[in-house]
Design a protein around this ligand. Structure first.
Ligand code: HEC
Length: 138
């Protein structure tokens, strides 16, 4: 009985890992990792913890009406967010929106726009990778 349960759990884990693994998303992360290494020799790996802080924390330097990524995306990555105009933004968590971070042009466009709104600057490659890593874990 115990063995059967363990097998079922292992299968479920394999399935969810498969749903999350996506070649386009992996390629995007690999590119950010190469860029991060170029920008900082000490870079070793992305961190979901740092990505979570970037997502949740209040920042300064950007537009005061949008102090956090969570201002639009909400502090629950599994929930839908909302633009200022009231348009729904599908959840950022990859488990809820499997197409997240799979189109390099979309990823660049929105990091460019949103990091500048919230931080008043571009995000670094390391921050982008951390952010995606956090949302893959959600
Ligand atoms: C003013 C509202 C707003 C804020 C603040 C905001 N976003 Fe977004 N974000 C959007 C909208 C709108 C989209 C596009 C709709 C979508 O992808 O569902 C989006 C999409 C994205 C995407 C594209 C996701 C994909 O699937 O490729 C990334 C990356 C992103 N945001 C990162 C950030 C980060 C990082 C922050 C904080 C520094 C942030 N956003 C803050 C509104 C916002």
């Amino acid at each position: 009985m115990k063995i059967r349960l363990a097998l079922a759990a292992a299968c479920m884990m394999a399935l969810s890992a498969q749903a999350i693994a996506n070649p386009q998303r992996t390629a995007i992360l690999d590119r950010f990792a190469a860029e991060a290494k170029q920008q900082d020799k000490a870079f070793s790996a992305f961190s979901a913890e740092r990505g979570k802080a970037l997502f949740m924390d209040k920042h300064t330097g950007g537009k005061p009406e949008f102090p956090a990524c969570a201002s639009c995306h909400t502090s629950d990555p599994k929930s839908s967010g909302q633009t200022k105009a009231g348009k729904e933004i599908p959840p950022m968590a990859v488990s809820k929106t499997p197409t997240r971070f799979t189109d390099p042009a979309e990823v660049e466009k929105w990091f460019g726009r949103n990091c500048n709104q919230v931080l008043g600057r571009d995000c670094t490659a390391s921050e982008k990778g951390d952010f995606i890593t956090f949302l893959i874990s959600q």
